[in-house]
Design a protein around this ligand. Sequence first.
Ligand SMILES: [Zn+2]
Length: 273
Amino acid sequence: MPAEKTDAVILRVVEFSESSCVVTLYTEGFGKISALAKGARRPRNPFDGAIDLLSICRIVFLRKNVDVLDLLTEAKLVRRFRSAATDLHRLYAAMHVIQLVSSLTDHAEPHPALYRILVRTIETLDSGGPVAETLLQFELNLLAELGHMPALADCVECGERVNKAGENSPVSFGLFNGGVLCSRCRPGKRGVVQLRSETVKAMQRLSGQDPDENIADCEEYESGENPMLVCEAGRSISPASRGEIRGLLDQYLANLIGYRPETSQWLRRVFTD
Ligand SMILES: [Zn+2]
């Protein structure tokens, strides 16, 4: 039974017994794991207050066989989500982030790039970064990393360029087709929503996939040790487009997960206040 060391974000904590809990973590080296933390609920415990939602920790755990929980033996706090006590919007956004990671990833499938995006997003939300934009950017990056990124530039059916630079007509997006549709491919499709041209452009910018944008237009957003790249243009998304992207991603993610995560209801306040 080898002891493994890795960095991790705490996604979920469930009481297991009077003194123990089961912790779900997204780790850098091993993807999502669930581990028993014995004694974690005792006042004096070996985890020293590290076991808390959204905490970033350095952990040691013993890997067990399939169908048996791993055993968490050490957790040292690297960073606590401090905004939890002071800013409800930041907390809602961060809770949504960990809910999505929890719902869309499988156990024990390492994905270090996703881990880094997760940590960067939590740090940005916790250190004054723009909440709505950071969240939208995270969701699009998550979809891209997991191979679910919708087609935004070219028609998902025939590959023709849709929403060319300088064009402002509304763009059709096929929720079940997984991307934008040109006027020839659109007829007869179910689940098609109309988006403003600027909304699709904003999604392309947020995901770093705008074929017309120069990467030099972006600036580094400093956040702890991990700078987050936020496009200047991404910060100036109009409220109408932000609302459209929110609505689209809510439906798209609900289709993917199979249900609408509870946390997506909380986001309305983040996006309207
Ligand atoms: Zn087409």
